[in-house]
Design a protein around this ligand. Sequence first.
Ligand SMILES: Cc1ncc(COP(=O)(O)O)c(C=O)c1O
Length: 470
Amino acid sequence: MARSILHTMGQQLGRRSWAEPWKIKMVEPLRLISRDERQKALVEAGYNTFLLRSEDVYIDLLTDSGTSAMSDRQWAGMMLGDEAYAGSRNFYKLEKAIQDTYGYKHIIPTHQGRGAEHLISQVEIKKGQFVPGNMYFTTTRLHQELAGGTFVDVIIDEAHDAQNEHPFKGNVDLSKLENIIKKEGTDKIAYVSLAGTVNMAGGQPVSMENVKALRTLCDKYAIKIYLDATRMVENAFFIQERELGYKDKTIAQILKEFCSYTDGAWMSAKKDNLVNIGGWLAINDEDLFQELRNLVVVYEGLHTYGGLSGRDLEAMAIGIAESIEDGHVRSRVEQVRYLGQLLEEWGIPAVRPVGGHAIFLDARRFYEHLSQDKFPAQTLAAELYLDSGVRSMERGIASAGRDPKTGDHKYPRLELTRLTIPRRVYTQAHMDVVAESVNAVYENRNNSRGLKMVFEPKYLRFFQARYESL
Ligand SMILES: Cc1ncc(COP(=O)(O)O)c(C=O)c1O
């Protein structure tokens, strides 16, 4: 018999293959509309992938937010929803799950992450204060600004360089932080806003060593640290894989240790926690908790439901337990990496190293002939959709918004198009289709002329802005 020339992915990479730790029980059909129909849909959406109808999308890599597949256990849990206005038993189960897993004392549910960002910003930021953090996130920074604060980026310089291979590009630069504390004075610092696997940097992790040192520095000046725990499980995976002394620790142990160096956290449960909607705020300080518990009633709902139904709380509690299983986290990150390896092999520019939740295509190097004010990352998202019906998201100049003082664009160094992989939804075959489409768009890159923004909303413009082709 002739020797096979086909190899599994594991064989190609010189190791044994991995597989997802689940099997599929229910399927949702996908539809691929024609190129002409995609062209029409794109123009109608003003070249903004957020404005496309989902039924016109083939493989949806817009976001990993609220797009995960729930497990049979979570769906079964939904039937146990206790829809009482107050004191639902699902709340107490969720409260215990967060306390046990993340280690914080007090929990407040919110309808999603930005609900929690709003509450913490209103309570902890005084007008004129600064909020240093490891790179901004769109909704987080906006809530900090609306509360009267000014976000200051104190991430290490390597994070702004798409090609730098630093293993923990999410780390805080402690000297940048100390400089701002000394320059402005402790009273002018609201808190440190720390994010796990920094989204805007390409899903890049923070090391345990860095958060420990950050705790020591903040203790010196009596400054609090609040954690954006949205993708902390993925951060824990990178610590386990890359940091000395953590190889034999479980994801659960690493996660809890990391959180122990912080004073509280906000969470978009739509990511790590494997639910389609939900969020929470966690805090150790008793007095602050009382204040936040009072405020949640104004904006979200009573403190035992926070804008969610009992069944949502139940699904979240079960999702938290599933999210910290080592096999789950590994297959999630390895799937992202698989797509990244294909693109790297073909010389397509993307942020290195590959992060936890997405591939971030480097639109600057993809379209070297397009200046940043022609929205290269948005252009790439539009071209990908046109080529194959794959939906991605802009993470560049449009997402960065305008400087509130000068009114000019913010011109971030990173101009990226994000291919975000939902958890437990797509297979390796889908990743192959996506990779081939990115390659086709890359080969045709010199024909792209960029975009002009023709409608610009005041807040978080990237969601609803409209463009025309140049
Ligand atoms: C890092 C990070 N923080 C906060 C949020 C806001 O959460 P939500 O979309 O649930 O309001 C997101 C959502 O994308 C996020 O990625």
